[in-house]
Each structure stands twice: as structure tokens, then as C-alpha cells.
Design a protein around this ligand. Structure first.
Ligand code: GDP
Ligand code: IMO
Ligand code: MG
Length: 442
């Protein structure tokens, strides 16, 4: 049986945000909630995201399309802050159509969203390859180069340009010329032909034309009609361009940029649900204080099937870091926590949970996002008893083993935010709602 979401109380407009380094299970939470919402909105990132949703024995992988597309009455929006690879988007639409998911007028794409072009993906890869050390370990989906071109303004192409042959040709001719000079000088790469790129993406633009609109106007009209909005964050707070473990981050404000990325001000949000794994994982480079590059980490990876949805890379795994979690929850104003993959922690005799760092001999409970400083953080652990009972078939939070309940209580008391959803498996029914009442902040 699907969980009774009404136990969460009236959520109002809700933001779902990942509180670690991504892959916390945001897709599952969005899928559970979208039945109650009129709009599901992606507002940041691009096809670097990989959100998996399991419904019955079917598995869906979303990269650009909001996970709400599985619900018929939900309008799915790619707002202005998303960077859109039109080739990847069309291929995702095709794949979903092959799985029986209908995508028609219910998908809306902002004319102001920036376009990821083939040269962005190439630049992403070339730039990573050129780094001898300190590689970010990007998903090579062109995200960083596209957001850089957005900030440069003169190098940018937006969805509206894709729908206007003259504008597109003028821009591509000039930009590809610049890219060729850069690629040849820096990477000794062969030149690209702007006309080939023009043809390829112009045709994509034609196919996407019916979906493109002014999504800021659309969302404000929805607000005026008291429609319910669900914002699906991609990536996660510790990958936020400003507040994450810089420079090992992505190129959007994935924890804090909802208003800029959607045109909907933060004052219109009622609930912010933070999604967190019962442990930590990270893909790509960068510091990770509680990483267990040993038998423990391997056990977590095997039990949690921790391999990337987008790139298939094995994820680095380790103990839950409450210092990082409390920071992340503060930075994005979380009003309720969804603790995911708790089932994975079964069969450990004891569990560790990080409650402070020692940096240069000084103890601190404040997260240090600078990657160089964080690399010197030595975690201080509390030890909690583990449990051996499988959680896969639990139907009620009341049936959680006392050790699991104690683990959740410790999270709640440290972060000072209530745990309201506990996930014990990928399926919809493997979800426990804790307590009743409201999680909304206003
Ligand atoms: P997202 O990027 O935050 O949406 O997360 P991903 O989809 O990349 O990764 C989460 C993975 O964990 C997916 O394969 C989910 O199907 C799976 N998953 C979600 N919740 C649970 C859970 O409670 N237990 C287990 N074992 N798997 C889960
Ligand atoms: P979801 O939405 C996990 C990581 C990459 C890399 C860094 C920069 O599925 O949680 P990028 O390609 O964005 O320039 O890569 O950020 N990264 C993610 N890791 N889940 C994600 O998204 C991620 N999006 C980006 O692995 O370390
Ligand atoms: Mg993911």
C-alpha cells in the first residue's frame, strides 16, 4: 500500500532539496508527493542529475524531466534556471515514451533557460582531462561550461534562440569561432563546424517548440489560482556553487537558488523537505570527512547499490555526517527531514555518526565548506547500536527496531528538525510517515 501522505499535514508549496552530495532519493520523494501537487518544477542543474523512481516493477530514470511526469494531472516545468541539453531531453522523452509515459502539453520549458550545446560537453571533458590533479570528476554533461557561458552573457544561447533561425545562426557562428580558437590553443582539438551544430540543435528546437513558454508567468498565474507547486531540487546543498565544498561542486546554486531559478520568491514556499541518506555518499572528487574507503564503505555500497544513475560510477560511501547535515539544513531552511535508505544500515553491529570535526587540533561543530580546510577535518564519532532485523517489509514507524528509532532520534536532536519520512526501500510502499501534524513553516 502507498504511504498516507496526508499524515504530513497540508504542505502548501513545497521544495524538495538534497542535503548531502546528491543521490539522496529526491526522485522517490517527489514521486510520492506529486499526486498531491498541480505543478512539479525543476529549477536548477541539467542532465547531470539522475533521479530514479520505482513504481511496481518498473524503474524510471529522470535527468531533466521532473519526476512528477508519472502523474497525469501534474504540469511539469523546466524553469529558467535549468540548463537544457535539447538532444538529451529529446532522448529522455523518447525513452519515457517507450516506457508508456505520455509527454504532451504537460511539459513546459522556459524560453529563458540556457541551452547546453555539443561544445559544452566537449569542453567539460577536455577541461577535466587537462587537469593533472584536483579533477572535479564532473558528469561531463556540459553543465559547468554552459553556466559559465550564461554568466559571460555574450557566449550564451537560450531556448528562445533555438526557435529563431536567424538569431541562432548568428550566435553559433560567432560562438563556435571563439570555441575553436580556445579548443585549438588549449587542447589541440580539431575545429567544429557551426553549421553542423546549427542543423542538429535547430531540429531539436523545432521538436521542443510546442513546450516552450514563459514559465515565470505560468507559475505566477498558478500561484494566483492557488495551485500547489512542488519544486524538485537537483544535485544537493554540499554541491552548491556558493555553499558547497568549493571547488568540488556543481555550477548552480542547487541548495539556495530556487527563487532565481524559477522566478518564484522564497516567501511563496510553505515547506522545505530535506532529503538525506541514513549514511553519506559522494561521486567525483572532493573532501568527504566520514568516507570509509574500506570494508565498511564497500558493504554500504553493495547493500545500497551505490552506483550513479547518470554515469554508472561507483559512489564513495561513509558514515552519516551530522555536522554537514545540520549545516545543509540551516542553509536551505529545511522544515522536515526525509531519511532515506535506512534499510541499508541493517546488519551492522554498531553504527558511527559524526557529531564534530577536529581541524588543526581544534574541535568544531560548524561545517567548513572550503575544500582545502575540510580535507583536514578529522571526524569525531558517536557510536550507536546497530540492528540486524531487515526493514524492507515494515509497514509502520512503530515497528522500527528500537536501535533504528534511536538512530533517527539522534539525527533529529542534533539537526533540530523533525524526521517525518523514513524510507526503507526504493518502492513507494517502503515508506514510513512518522507522527501526524504539520511540517509546513507558514
Ligand atoms: P536522487 O538523485 O536524489 O533522486 O537519488 P538517485 O535516484 O540518484 O539515487 C537513489 C537510489 O536509491 C535510487 O536507485 C532509488 O531507487 C534508491 N532508493 C531510494 N530510497 C531508497 C531506500 O529507502 N532504500 C533503498 N535500498 N533504496 C532506495
Ligand atoms: P542528483 O540530482 C551526485 C557531482 C558530480 C561532480 C560534481 C560536478 O542525481 O542528486 P557537474 O557535472 O555537475 O559539473 O559535476 O557534482 N554531481 C552529482 N553527484 N548526484 C547529482 O545529482 C550530481 N550532480 C552533480 O559527480 O562531483
Ligand atoms: Mg541521483
Amino acid at each position: 500500500m502507498d504511504p498516507d501522505i496526508s499524515l504530513l499535514g497540508e504542505l502548501g508549496n513545497t521544495s524538495i532539496v538534497g542535503l548531502q552530495w546528491g543521490d539522496e532519493g529526491k526522485g522517490k520523494i517527489v514521486d510520492l508527493l506529486t499526486g498531491q501537487f498541480d505543478y512539479a518544477i525543476r529549477w536548477n542543474g541539467g542532465s547531470n542529475a539522475g533521479h530514479s523512481v520505482k513504481v511496481g516493477d518498473k524503474k524510471y530514470a529522470f535527468h531533466l524531466i521532473p519526476s512528477g511526469i508519472l502523474r497525469q494531472n501534474c504540469v511539469c516545468v523546466l524553469a529558467n534556471g535549468v540548463v537544457i541539453d535539447p538532444i538529451a531531453l529529446l532522448s529522455e522523452m523518447d525513452q519515457l515514451a517507450g516506457q508508456g509515459v505520455e509527454i504532451g502539453a504537460n511539459l513546459r520549458i522556459s524560453s529563458q533557460a540556457h541551452v547546453v550545446l555539443p561544445y559544452h560537453k566537449q569542453q567539460d571533458q577536455l577541461s577535466e582531462d587537462r587537469l593533472a590533479a584536483g579533477k572535479i570528476g564532473t558528469t561531463a554533461r556540459g553543465i559547468g561550461p554552459c553556466y559559465s557561458d550564461k554568466a559571460s552573457r555574450t557566449g550564451a544561447v537560450r531556448m528562445a534562440d533555438l526557435l529563431d533561425d536567424r538569431r541562432l545562426a548568428e550566435k553559433l557562428q560567432r560562438i563556435v569561432d571563439e570555441k575553436n580558437a580556445l579548443f585549438s590553443a588549449l587542447y589541440n582539438a580539431p575545429p567544429l563546424n557551426w553549421k553542423d551544430i546549427f542543423q542538429q540543435v535547430r531540429d531539436c528546437g523545432e521538436q521542443l517548440r510546442p513546450h516552450v513558454c514563459n514559465t515565470t508567468a505560468l507559475l505566477h498565474q498558478a500561484l494566483e489560482k492557488n495551485k500547489r507547486l512542488l519544486f524538485e531540487g537537483a544535485n544537493a546543498v554540499l554541491l552548491d556553487l556558493d555553499h558547497g565544498t568549493f571547488p568540488f561542486v556543481t555550477s548552480s546554486n542547487c541548495g539556495t537558488g530556487l527563487a532565481a531559478g524559477s522566478g518564484v520568491p522564497a516567501t511563496r514556499l510553505n515547506t522545505v523537505l530535506g532529503v538525506v541518506k541514513a549514511y553519506c555518499s559522494r561521486v567525483g572528487g572532493g573532501p568527504f570527512p566520514t568516507e570509509q574507503d574500506n570494508e565498511i564503505g564497500r558493504k554500504i555500497r553493495d547493500r545500497g547499490r551505490e552506483f550513479g544513475t547518470t554515469t554508472g560510477r561507483p559512489r564513495r560511501c561513509g558514515w552519516l555526517d551530522l555536522v554537514a547535515l545540520r549545516y545543509a539544513a540551516k542553509v536551505c531552511g529545511v522544515t522536515g527531514l526525509c531519511v532515506m535508505l535506512l534499510d541499508v544500515l541493517a546488519t551492522f553491529d554498531s553504527l558511527r555518526i559524526c557529531t564534530a570535526y577536529e581541524i588543526d587540533g581544534k574541535r568544531t561543530q560548524w561545517f567548513e565548506p572550503d575544500a582545502v580546510d575540510l580535507a583536514r577535518a578529522v571526524p569525531v564519532y558517536e557510536e550507536l547500536p546497530g540492528w540486524h532485523d531487515s526493514l524492507d517489509n515494515l509497514e509502520s514507524a512503530e515497528d522500527l527496531p528500537p536501535q533504528a528509532r534511536r538512530y533517527l532520534d539522534r539525527i533529529e536532536s542534533f539537526v533540530q528538525v523533525p524526521v517525518r519520512v523514513v524510507s526503507v526501500g526504493p518502492a513507494r510502499h517502503q515508506t514510513l510517515i512518522i507522527g501526524t501534524g504539520v511540517v509546513a513553516m507558514r
